[in-house]
Design a binder for this molecule. Structure first.
Ligand code: PMP
Length: 398
């Protein structure tokens, strides 16, 4: 049965990491990754997570099955984080939340349910978008199109183009939006622009699906939640996927959540029963550990405060690397204006470096970046930033 099977294309980003690992140069830098590294170039284990894990280890709980929708305390904590504990949707029990296997798992459960609910709907993602969005939604059976998003001239958002794309959509189309820290570009909408998007989505009867993989990495928990909060306040039915991979540095524990807002408590209960069927036939119920740790941190005032402090530390360090790189490139008298790097937010920047320049960074300097020019700002630290600035200046000049 396997004789005619073809080799699938390699994941471009994982392939980059393999090439990086094989590079023997001591000065090599991997800017291709999608994870947060600390000042020492290490994946952090947050203090709040460590404290919650210690308590859990000492309690030595039995390893029973979880409910299909996951841990109730976790799901409640996620709703509070995404919409605010005092929001109407939470108080009126109009939002239901499912513990999911990371942000990816949340998107996939949402995609599978939406395909059953709206089988003929078109789904659109930003141009460009996280490289897994298209494959994930196509895998769920959707036809995936793009809406105008990035403006290569300003390296910000082409907002007029985005609005024109949204306004041209047939009613009932599903629009996938990045809540903040857009991956891969780092270009985000302003609060005023979000309000306009909400108006268009409402007026044109579109279905918003907000992907929130970096809540807390742009400005903070509340400001980064502006998109789901505005959609909820506008009374729209909506989907939100959350990921805690980055914000809790719990990548491998697969901690995410899918939240769905409905028009009434009764509607929400019916939707809950249907999404549970999707989950039951996929993986039955989610793993325990990661969700239990996130729930413990979010429901303890001390641990929550500690976590928010650690999250702010990650956010501030990325910002410092952004402004640092802008200053260092300026000091090296490069012709281009790189100030946009400091305006972009989150882990990534679309630098505008060409395929050839990225190739030279790799071959001449052992600096690995995605061929689109996407670099991970969180892979920079005070020891490698000068080397990276030197290298970028060199490939720009030649
Ligand atoms: N959405 C976006 C925009 C992402 O960048 C990522 C992860 N890099 C995900 C979803 C998936 O999150 P997770 O790793 O928790 O599955």
């Amino acid at each position: 049965i396997f004789a005619a099977v073809e080799m699938a294309p390699r994941d471009p980003i994982l392939g980059l990491t393999e090439a990086f690992n094989a590079d023997t140069r001591a000065t090599k830098v991997n800017l291709g990754v999608g994870v947060y590294y600390d000042e020492n170039g290490k994946l952090p284990l947050l203090g709040a997570v460590k404290a919650a894990e210690k308590v859990r280890l000492e309690a030595a709980p039995a390893r029973g099955y979880q409910p299909i929708e996951g841990l109730a305390a976790y799901n409640q904590a996620v709703q509070n984080l995404v919409f605010g504990a005092n929001s109407a949707v939470v108080r009126e029990n109009r939002v239901i939340t499912f513990e999911a296997l990371g942000g990816t798992g949340a998107l996939k459960v949402g995609a599978d349910y939406l395909k059953r609910l709206l089988p003929y709907a078109k789904l659109i993602i930003s141009d460009p978008s996280w490289e897994n969005h298209r494959a994930l939604f196509e895998g769920a059976g959707f036809t995936v199109d793009t809406y105008t998003y990035f403006d290569p001239a300003t390296r910000g958002v082409n907002f007029a183009g985005m609005k024109a794309s949204l306004n041209a959509l047939p009613a009932g189309s599903i629009v996938l939006l990045h809540a903040c820290c857009h991956n891969p570009t780092g270009a985000d909408l302003t609060a005023a622009q979000w309000k306009e998007v909400v108006e268009i989505v409402k007026a044109r009867d579109l279905v918003p699906f907000v992907d929130m993989a970096y809540q807390g990495f742009a400005e903070g928990i509340e400001p980064d939640g502006i998109a789901p909060r505005l959609f909820a306040d506008a009374g729209l039915d909506m989907f939100v996927s959350s990921s805690f991979s980055k914000s809790f540095s719990l990548y491998g524990e697969r901690v995410g959540a899918l939240s769905i807002v409905a028009a009434s408590k009764d509607e929400a209960a019916r939707v809950l029963s249907q999404v549970k069927r999707v989950i039951r036939t996929n993986y039955s119920n989610p793993p325990t550990h990661g969700g239990a740790i996130v729930a413990a941190v979010l429901s303890s005032p001390e641990l929550r405060q500690q976590w928010e402090g650690e999250l702010a530390g990650m956010r501030d360090r990325i910002r410092a690397m952004r402004t640092g790189l802008v200053d260092k490139l300026k000091a090296r008298k490069v012709a281009q204006d790189f100030s946009f790097i400091a305006r972009q937010r989150g882990m990534f920047s679309y630098t505008g470096l060409t395929v050839d320049q990225v190739e030279r960074l790799m071959s001449e300097f052992g600096i690995y970046a995605v061929s689109t020019g996407r670099v991970c700002m969180a892979a920079l630290n005070s020891r490698n930033i000068d080397y990276v600035a030197d290298a970028i200046a060199a490939v720009l000049k030649a």
